[in-house]
Design a binder for this molecule. Structure first.
Ligand code: IVH
Length: 673
């Protein structure tokens, strides 16, 4: 049965009205009707469409939420990469940008399109013959995620384009949340007892990446267009300014705050104008963007790395606010770094309420001379963690107000150590500290360490969160049943992981040492230590001085190793790993070659050798019992100088170290063999 003409007309009218009110709300920031009146129109359209299902079209506003929750997002390859922008922070940076453009184009003055720098999430919307067919996030610029279903729920994004449509058009822009929608969302979160979002950007990002488009739909996201990607059959105008007008005519939200200006003076005037009106804008921006207006000029200027030479983002300075510093606590990071954290009387800065701010490290606390109870200036820029910038007014400053770094880790009670040359203090309980647990397990299992296949991020998260694994030693006590009991873990995969854990018991001392995650002990040092000491017991028994006998181990590395093994918690885990039958072939410590001129000598290679590569020379010297190091010191026995040897030769002369040439080196090596 054909639908009555009246119904069809009313439906058409309602759709047009609803789209218009969406525009007024999301694009013009000038709604004409209340939310309730809007809901009424929407309800009427829904009931008419359910009475006449044959009149439902995919681009009806009721059809924005269509699909069921996804399992994961598919990948989308961007035909034209989504690039980033270089930043300018000062007037001088802007002058330099203008100069580069003028010189690059060989002209006296350049026209620029100025627009807002939205603080949201970049997306690309693909229209095939005028219908929205795909929407993707920026991702790494080449490959993003397919979030079409979620983007369809954003009222500001047209589902279809009017008029004669291009065969293909990708429109690029930013998904964001208007400030008032953000505040309303946070009020709803609070009323429901859920966690508040930190800022509109995070709220927008979190909402867009919901696997269930119905959740995205509830979040009132907005969109602003600022460019295009791949296109076919699209009449590209000559300038960016005209392109923005064309996109607006197609129904895309384009910010009203845009202007084409001449030269540097025009850019700076736009910046000051927008800066002065920033607070009154409906959305958060973190600066403005300047683009060379003519596309032909853009093409002539081209790109450097991942950013165009023809555009720049001129950032606003970080926002600051003053508040009272209630306390200074410390936070233990994933790698054991101990960071002083300011607990603040909550203060509104940079678009959010801040109650914690970083103080970076102990030296920074001293340099800024920050005490508990002071009035401090808090600074926040974009997505950066808020920091205490400086003291505004000192507080009473009694003894207890002075900050001292704790001597033990607040998470695990292990000793806190700050190595010479390092700004950061760290917890030494790498193997036991709950704050470091996940990172240390992942490192232990990694390919170059114990090489436990299948023990990745997600599994480690589950094992730790379920309380099954506290330290690497616990891995060896896991049963197939325990593994199979975890979410999304099939019996077969459980058996595989169990198998790879068992297999990792047969290892080498070097891998084991590297896997312990001792600060300053990378793969190479672990190998050197294993070769030098031969057994774990010998290494653990060595004091800082003995440790420095190993190749390339200086005082800082030695102290780090000594502190690690001095920590009783760590010794306990190591003992348990040994009990779990983790083992490796024991070897005698590397013996210095007994005979020959290089036996036991510390040698430095410098300059270009005529017959051997640096690597070959090193290998042959080591085979002859020498230790080849990188820099000349008092301990150096011989420097081997090739052509164009530089400062190392001077240093050798200064210290009176013997210098020989390559021919002599070869002769000496010959004597050995
Ligand atoms: S144009 C080739 N215009 O900034 C240049 N980007 O750092 C491509 N952004 O990922 C970007 N407002 O998310 C452009 N008016 C604007 C923008 C803008 C915000 C974001 C965008 C991009 C990032 C680049």
């Amino acid at each position: 049965m054909a639908a009555p003409r009246a119904a069809a007309d009313r439906i058409r009218r309602l759709r047009a009205d609803i789209e218009r009110h969406n525009r007024l709300y999301y694009v013009e920031d000038a709604p004409e009707i209340s939310d309730a009146a809007f809901d009424e129109l929407f309800g009427e359209l829904q009931s008419l469409e359910s009475a006449h299902p044959e009149l439902v079209t995919p681009d009806s506003p009721t059809q924005r939420v269509g699909s069921a929750p996804a399992q994961e997002f598919a990948e989308v390859h961007h035909r034209v990469p989504m690039l980033s922008l270089a930043n300018a922070f000062s007037d001088d940076d802007v002058a330099a940008f203008d100069r580069r453009c003028r010189e690059g184009l060989g002209v006296e003055c350049v026209d620029y399109a100025c627009e807002l720098k939205f603080d949201g999430l970049a997306v690309s919307l693909a229209y095939e013959r005028g219908r929205l067919v795909q929407g993707a996030t920026r991702g790494d610029g080449s490959t993003g995620e397919d979030v079409t279903s979620n983007l369809r729920t954003i009222p500001a994004i047209p589902l279809s384009l009017p008029g004669p449509a291009p065969a293909w058009l990708e429109v690029r822009g930013e998904v964001l949340m208007r400030r008032k929608d953000f505040e309303a969302l946070n009020q709803r979160q609070a009323a429901a007892g859920d966690k508040a979002f930190v800022n509109p950007r995070n709220a927008a990002a979190g909402s867009l990446r919901q696997l269930d488009p119905r959740l995205s739909a509830q979040r009132k996201l907005s969109f602003f267009a600022y460019g295009i990607g791949a296109h076919e059959g699209f009449a590209l105008p000559a300038t960016h300014g005209e392109l923005m007008d064309a996109l607006a005519a197609l129904g895309f939200p384009v910010a009203r705050e845009r202007r084409v200006v001449r030269g540097e003076a025009g850019l700076l005037a736009f910046y000051r104008d927008i800066g002065g009106r920033r607070e009154a804008l409906p959305v958060d921006i973190d600066g403005v963007v300047y683009k060379v207006n003519r596309f032909a000029d853009q093409e002539a200027l081209g790109f450097v790395a991942r950013a165009p030479r023809w555009a720049v983002a001129h950032k606003f300075p970080a926002e600051e606010a003053t508040t009272r510093l209630l306390d200074i606590g410390v936070q233990v990071g994933r790698t054991g770094a101990i960071t002083p954290v300011a607990r603040l009387e909550p203060v509104f800065v940079g678009g959010t309420t801040v109650s914690n701010a970083t103080l970076h490290n102990e030296d920074e606390v001293r340099r800024k001379d920050v005490w508990r109870g002071d009035e401090v200036v808090v600074r926040r820029a974009g997505d950066v963690i808020p920091e205490v910038a400086r003291v505004a007014t000192p507080g009473p400053r009694t003894d207890g107000d002075y900050f001292r770094l704790p001597s033990v880790c607040p998470e695990c009670g292990s000793a806190v150590v700050r190595l010479e040359d390092e700004a950061v203090a760290r917890c030494t309980g790498g193997l036991v500290c709950p704050a470091q647990r996940k990172a240390s397990l992942l490192h232990f299992a990694s390919r170059r360490a114990m090489d436990i296949e299948g023990l990745g991020d997600k599994l480690v998260d589950q094992l730790v969160d379920a309380g099954l694994v506290h330290t690497p030693a616990d891995l060896y006590a896991l049963t197939v049943e325990q593994l199979a009991g975890l979410e999304r873990m099939a019996e077969k995969s459980a058996q595989n992981v169990h198998g790879s854990i068992a297999k990792s018991r047969e290892t080498t001392l070097a891998r084991f040492l590297y896997g312990l995650g001792i600060r300053q002990v990378g793969e190479v040092t672990a190998k050197d230590l294993a070769a030098h000491f031969g057994t774990l017991e010998a290494l653990m028994a060595a004091d800082a001085e003995a440790l420095q006998g190993a190749p390339d181990v200086g005082p800082v590395v030695a102290e780090s190793i000594a502190r690690f093994f001095a920590e009783p918690h760590n010794r306990e885990v190591i003992a348990r790993l040994r009990q779990a039958l983790v083992r490796w072939p024991e070897s005698a410590p590397r013996q210095a070659a007994v005979a020959g001129r290089f036996a036991g000598k510390i040698v430095v290679l410098t300059g270009t050798l005529a017959t051997l590569t640096r690597e070959d020379a090193k290998e042959r010297l080591e085979a002859a019992g020498a230790r080849v190091t990188g820099s000349v010191s008092k301990k150096t026995d011989v420097v081997i100088a090739g052509a164009e040897a530089g400062s190392k030769l001077d240093r050798a002369a200064e210290l009176g170290v013997a210098v020989i040439d390559e021919a002599t080196m070869l002769a000496w090596l010959g004597e050995t063999n």
